[in-house]
Design a protein around this ligand. Structure first.
Ligand code: ZN
Length: 246
């Protein structure tokens, strides 16, 4: 932000232009003519602030010393012209920025980020991890069973083929062939759900996205499958910047 300070024409109040917005400060006739129409400029850049004389003929003092340009704070004593007209700096800053003085004071520290206890997430992670592991265990068991089923299936097909070769079975041949074929088909379709593991894991991830997350209620970014230990090690949320405690 740039604030140009000078003398108002006619009424001789202090005239300010803050980023193009004009306002006057003080009583009429209060500003001496040794203050130019555009006397000095104050530049506010983040937490830094500086003052700059706009013409060689202008006289600007900061804390009693004449300056051409100088970095200042909201508590600096700024005076203009040979009569050392005192500039109500804090009032001008407040009117220009619309903020309380403290926030434009360069000596102000940045507010500390909020802290939240990460501890409750430890048991949530353990629970999630345990459930994930159980899905894998179940899947391994199922694969074992599937292998058994495939063996039985192969056996049934073989028996069915044998009935073709056995002589003098008459109609029974077709009945027995039909039965072994039915068993084969039954085993083939029963429990043929390979992608159930993926579905289960997706469901679990969705469930824990609302439980295993940044403890800052204003943030709540899901941690996904990042282990608790890694998050504890980072000590901070990358999304909201809050700090984690134990
Ligand atoms: Zn967060």
């Amino acid at each position: 932000m740039e604030i140009i300070i000078g003398r108002e024409e006619g009424a001789r109040r202090l005239h300010c232009i803050a980023d193009g917005r004009e306002f006057n400060v003080g009583a009429a006739g209060s500003v001496p003519t040794s203050v130019s129409r555009k006397h000095c400029r104050i530049v506010v850049l983040g937490e830094k602030m500086s003052i700059e004389n706009l013409r060689d003929q202008n006289i600007t003092y900061v804390d009693g010393n004449q300056v051409f340009s100088k970095s200042i704070t909201s508590t600096s004593k700024v005076q203009l012209g040979s009569e050392k007209f005192a500039v109500p700096l804090q009032q001008i800053l407040q009117l220009a920025t619309g903020k309380p003085i403290a926030s434009v004071n360069s000596s102000e520290k940045k507010p500390e980020p909020p802290t939240f206890s990460l501890r409750p997430m430890k048991s949530v992670w353990e629970e999630y991890n345990q459930k994930m592991l159980q899905i894998d265990i179940d899947n391994a068991k199922k694969q074992k069973e599937d292998k058994k089923k495939r063996n039985i299936q192969a056996l049934c097909s073989s028996i069915g083929m044998l009935f073709v070769l056995v002589p003098d079975l008459g109609v029974m041949r077709y009945v027995l062939m039909g039965i072994s074929a039915l068993i084969t088909v039954y085993i083939m379709f029963k429990g043929d759900d390979d992608d159930i593991t993926v579905v289960k894991k997706n469901k679990l991830n969705e469930e824990y996205a609302t439980k295993y997350k940044c403890p800052n209620p204003a943030c709540g970014k899901p941690f996904g499958s990042v282990p608790y230990r890694s998050i504890e090690y980072n000590k901070q949320c990358f999304a909201c910047g809050c700090k984690y405690t134990h």
